[in-house]
Design a protein around this ligand. Structure first.
Ligand code: PLP
Length: 372
């Protein structure tokens, strides 16, 4: 199997598996218990927290672990609304956000929040003048992601945070696809990340919160995470997240250079007839989303069973619905259906990527002949 679906999830790094091992096996104590073993597990969690915070590189806040980035996003949005207590009643977000943001915002709209979903241009970028016109004193929160999961396009999150702050609003950033791959933008008050996108384990995410901007709790109970998020933490998952973050920091230049080479190699191997979806300049290059006139992307995936790639987000691929991100770029239903996403990174070998791209190109041409 050639794995080209790095936006859906990434392979677990061997160093991460090793860091998790003791906490899966003999060191099973509850990290919140007062025993010596419990203290040891709690200390391991604090080491992991520092590793994640260090790699995030943000100042003036702290990380709380969650069960996923989806939970962190729900918490940031719903908890901020609850904390505001109706003093401000408006959320601004963007049409290309992940479903975890858009669906949570829609849910909040059903509860009475005034929701504005801004469009993007054909490159997938937000028009900051448009945002400026929308920012009024009723805006509680602005939610904009740093790197898009479907097309890899980046948004100027620091500038957006500055604009949000001027209007007295909170800035939330979904940095799930950015963390561990590119430097995080400074400025947001709340930042959601996930371990399994950086060669860490599934089932753990985190919310970085600027001091004073912590949302009201979403999950109530034992209050384990600073009294703000309840539930027994998994030392194994935390240790894995910490190790993955440390590794991403140590390898950042190497990983980045590798991705740049892979991007060029993939484009060359695919040959003519493809159009890249979204900006190529403002983009993380480990995400190659492209389309070809008349291509049936789903058929291509079915034809190439030993190459793992996707149509867009893992969620969109399952639903059969055309991607809301591609539609937001102005692509019609047919163009969205003729798009595929190739995602690669640290453990992708250049030759296997080239082989896969050549085979994709051959099958795409064969489809054209069959349909002609
Ligand atoms: N946000 C983005 C941009 C993502 O790509 C994903 C994962 O697909 C999520 C949020 C949700 O992350 P998790 O799987 O940790 O819930």
């Amino acid at each position: 199997m050639i794995y080209l679906d790095y936006q859906a999830t990434t392979p677990l790094a061997p160093e991460v598996a090793e860091a998790m091992q003791p906490w899966i096996g003999e060191k099973f104590a509850n990290p919140h218990s007062p025993s010596r073993w419990g203290h040891e597990a709690a200390a391991a969690i604090e080491v992991a927290r520092k590793q994640v915070e260090k790699e995030m590189g943000l100042k003036g806040g702290a990380v709380a672990f969650t069960g996923s980035a989806t939970e962190a996003i729900n918490w940031a949005l719903k908890g901020s609304v609850e904390k505001a207590g109706g003093r401000r009643n408006r959320i601004i977000t963007v049409a290309t956000e992940h479903a975890a943001v858009l669906d949570t915002c829609e849910w909040l709209a059903g509860q009475g929040i005034d929701l504005t979903v801004l469009p993007v241009d054909a490159e997938g970028r937000l028009d900051l003048d448009l945002l400026a016109r929308e920012l009024d004193r009723n805006v509680l929160l602005v939610a904009v992601m740093q790197v898009n999961n479907e097309i890899g396009v980046t948004q100027p999150v620091s500038e957006i945070a500055e604009m949000a702050h001027k209007a007295g609003a909170i800035m939330f950033c979904d940095a799930v696809q950015a963390f561990g791959r590119v430097d995080l933008c400074k400025g947001p008050d709340l930042v959601a990340i996930s371990a399994h996108k950086i060669h860490g384990p599934k089932g753990i995410g985190a919310l970085w919160m600027r001091k004073g901007k912590e949302p009201a709790p979403l999950i109530h109970g034992g209050g384990q995470e600073q009294g703000l998020r309840s539930g027994t933490l998994s030392p194994a998952l935390c240790a894995g997240f910490g190790a993955a973050a440390r590794l991403a920091g140590q390898r950042s230049t190497k990983d980045y250079d590798h991705v740049q080479k892979l991007w060029k190699a993939a484009i060359e191997a695919l040959g003519h007839g493809w159009k890249i979806n979204g900006s190529t300049a403002h983009r993380y290059h480990g995400n190659l989303n492209l389309r070809r006139e008349g291509l049936d992307g789903a058929r291509l995936i079915a034809d190439l069973r030993d190459v793992a790639f996707s149509l867009g987000s893992a969620c969109a691929s399952g639903s059969g619905r055309p991607s809301h991100v591609l539609r937001a770029l102005g692509l019609d239903y047919r163009q969205a259906r003729s798009s595929i996403r190739l995602g690669f990174g640290r453990y992708t070998k250049q030759q296997e990527l080239i082989d896969a791209c050549r085979r994709i190109a051959v099958h795409a041409v064969a489809q054209e002949k069959l349909d002609a």
